[in-house]
Design a binder for this molecule. Structure first.
Ligand SMILES: [Zn+2]
Length: 267
């Protein structure tokens, strides 16, 4: 995409666009400079000192197609047409419309709330174990700390389960209680889990990225199944909008954590 001229930009249907100045039309005729990632955000930088900042949220996809979307396309939130006929689409599936886009001037980009508050990038290098220890030095459970984009950027609900399983750490262990040797394991698990996922997608996914994209998960969404490492049954803690999955033998010294949903059902 880099080097390609932008022929048109549209935000059809319910508007995902969160900014109005500069207008979307300002991108037309400009050239794509780069496409990159910042934490869980995607960034298309263009000539004319313009940048499109996007967050796909949980059900969005950024897909590059050979030709424009048809009139019946109802999933597109943003269409960016290139002069060579290809079209980059931000599409969203499911009932919630949460994905968003901002068109910003490059000099305002770093000051934007979404990026200014981001913590250290989790991948490819979150820093050494000492640095990670400083970042995570808070009396909060690892499951919440690692997903806090202000602390460390780029880890979501699925990958945090995988990372903690790889590191053999309890999701409820407090960041400030981590021993140096545990920080080493955690650092290694963050880098290898996220790196492994990137490699997996690079090898298995072709453009356009398909609507359905299975995640290469070993633990998350696998509660009730045997642990791939030790065969103990994987357990889960259910919350209103997410689930923590873990192995009691590998991560919590054999303890099964209290599952609020289960205890509510049994009451
Ligand atoms: Zn296990």
């Amino acid at each position: 995409m880099a080097g390609e001229r932008i022929a048109y930009v549209r935000a059809p249907g319910i508007n995902a666009l969160r900014t109005f100045d500069p207008p979307l039309g300002a991108l037309e005729g400009e050239t794509v400079r780069s496409v990159s990632r910042r934490g869980k955000h995607l960034l298309v930088q263009a000539s004319g000192e313009l940048a499109l900042l996007m967050h796909l949220m949980s059900a969005g996809r950024l897909q590059l197609y050979d030709k424009p979307a048809g009139a019946r396309d109802r999933t597109s939130r943003l269409l960016l047409g290139l002069e060579d006929g290809r079209e980059l689409r931000l599409r969203e599936f499911g009932s919630k419309q949460a994905a968003w886009v901002k068109l910003l001037r490059t000099d305002a980009l770093e000051r934007d709330d979404a990026l200014a508050a981001l913590g250290v990038e989790a991948w490819p290098d979150p820093g050494d174990a000492g640095r990670l220890g400083e970042l995570l030095d808070a009396p909060r459970p690892l499951h919440s700390l690692l997903r806090d984009q202000h602390v460390i950027a780029g880890i979501g609900r699925s990958w945090v389960d995988e990372i903690l399983w790889h590191a053999r750490l309890s999701p409820y262990k407090r960041g400030s209680d981590l021993e140096p040797e545990e920080l080493e394991r955690l650092r290694e698990a963050i880098v290898s889990t996220l790196g492994g996922a990137v490699e997996h997608y690079q090898q298995t996914v072709a453009v356009p990225i398909p609507d359905k994209l299975p995640m290469p998960l070993l633990v998350h969404r696998h509660e009730g199944e045997p642990c791939p490492r030790c065969s103990t049954k994987l357990e889960a803690v259910h919350f209103e909008d997410y689930v923590i999955a873990y192995c009691p033998a590998c991560q919590t010294e054999g303890r099964v954590l209290k599952d609020r949903r289960l205890s509510r059902l049994l009451r």
